[in-house]
Design a binder for this molecule. Structure first.
Ligand SMILES: Cc1ncc(COP(=O)(O)O)c(C=O)c1O
Length: 373
């Protein structure tokens, strides 16, 4: 037995880490030879200059230039903002700050983003699941009745809107209902990693009304800065202060703060707005195309930079996934998630990338049909 296996916490020995898109397929030297549509990143980015004059010094705990820029962008006070290494670090901090290991629980509503469960497992917090359901003809919405049976048993509730991998927004009414149902017994987190694709639906407007509300944001999606690792946890100052006790001493490096501040400048925000319009329009085109395909039985409504769709059976799902993979086009198989049998997810890349994807699928299906005859 290795020294690590002998001495580690028992439950870590068998634990499977989060299978992130980049762990499944490493980028390395292949970034330019493949089409990456599996991580909901942007297909291109701006270019930024970095001043390296002061990197002999530790950065500020929360760099002023960055916090001021995000405050201006959101209209929040600086005391409502904690900059983190991606939204992922925000998830981890919330669990570490509010859940006692081997005692407290988080609540998630699957199908949902995998890191809530992985961070909870890592920390030894229990995971309660209340799956999404159809409500009033809307797919993938919160089961308010199911959620209300959990009041008093949960420390942190994770909602995701727009949801990953489902893509849709949760209704405003249902998010407010969860805040009311849990009252002051739990922190209610609304993960808004994709909110720039439908900005009017943010929960930020309720921050003053609900002291238990936390909103997670990131620069990894609409800002096209996934490689920078910069996100924000937005909440009332008491919560921000508590999270500041568990975060690393220098979470944001000076070059990260500098690039992120430029991305939040008026010029940077204009680029985001153009990117969002283009992405939303390409998403609608791809969605239309998918609906027309005989092998596709459902296209989920998306308010984000990706589309989830359901193929007619598991054989077709695997066929489409592998014919794309063979051509160096990477999408994400979501079929192992609760309720997502035979489902695949495509990130909205560039027009050219999506056109190659469509051609590749169409050709492979046509060849297969010919061979079957
Ligand atoms: C819903 C959701 N939340 C958070 C994250 C993590 O974002 P970041 O890159 O800021 O850690 C992702 C990344 O895919 C996501 O889909």
């Amino acid at each position: 037995m290795s020294i690590a296996n002998k001495l580690a916490r028992e439950e870590l020995v068998e634990m499977v880490p989060y299978q992130s898109a980049r762990r499944l397929y490493a980028g390395g030297s292949e970034f330019s030879s493949k089409i990456w549509l599996n991580a909901n990143e942007a297909s291109g980015s701006g270019s930024y200059q970095v001043n390296s004059d002061c990197i002999n010094r530790y950065p500020d705990f929360q760099p002023d230039n960055l916090i001021n820029a995000y405050s201006k962008y959101t209209g929040l006070e600086n005391t409502n903002i904690l900059a983190t290494r991606g939204a992922d670090e925000g998830i981890e901090l919330l669990i570490r700050a509010f859940c006692k290991a081997y005692q407290d629980s988080i609540l998630i509503c699957p199908p949902t983003y995998g890191m809530y469960a992985i961070s909870a497992e890592n920390h030894g917090a229990d995971i309660v699941k209340v799956p999404l359901i159809e409500v009033d003809g809307l797919n993938c919405q919160l089961d308010l009745e199911g959620l209300s049976t959990q009041v008093g048993k949960i420390k942190v509730v994770f909602l995701c809107s727009p949801g990953n991998p489902t893509g849709n927004l949760l209704t405003e009414h249902s998010i407010k209902a969860v805040l009311d149902i849990f009252g002051n017994s739990a922190i209610v987190v609304v993960d808004e990693a994709y909110i720039e694709f439908s900005p009017e639906n943010t929960a930020l407007k309720w921050l003053n009304e609900y002291p238990q509300l936390v909103v997670l944001r990131t620069l990894s999606k609409a800002f096209a800065l996934a490689g920078l690792r910069c996100g924000f946890t937005l909440a009332n100052p008491d919560i921000i202060e508590m999270l500041s006790k568990v975060i690393a001493p220098y979470p944001i490096s000076a070059p990260v703060a500098e690039i992120a501040s430029s991305a939040l400048s008026p010029v940077g925000l204009e680029q985001v707005s153009i990117r969002v319009q283009e992405t939303n329009s390409l998403r609608e085109q791809l969605s239309k195309w998918l609906i027309e395909q005989f092998w596709c039985v459902d296209v989920f409504k998306s308010d984000a930079n990706f589309i989830l769709f359901k193929t007619v059976d598991s054989q077709t799902k695997s066929f489409i996934f592998s014919c794309l993979e063979q051509q160096g086009i990477l999408i994400r198989d979501q079929s192992k998630q609760i309720q997502l049998e035979n489902c695949l997810r495509i990130s909205i890349g560039s027009e050219q990338e999506l056109s190659i994807l469509k051609q590749t699928i169409a050709q492979a299906i046509a060849t297969q049909l010919k061979e079957e005859k």
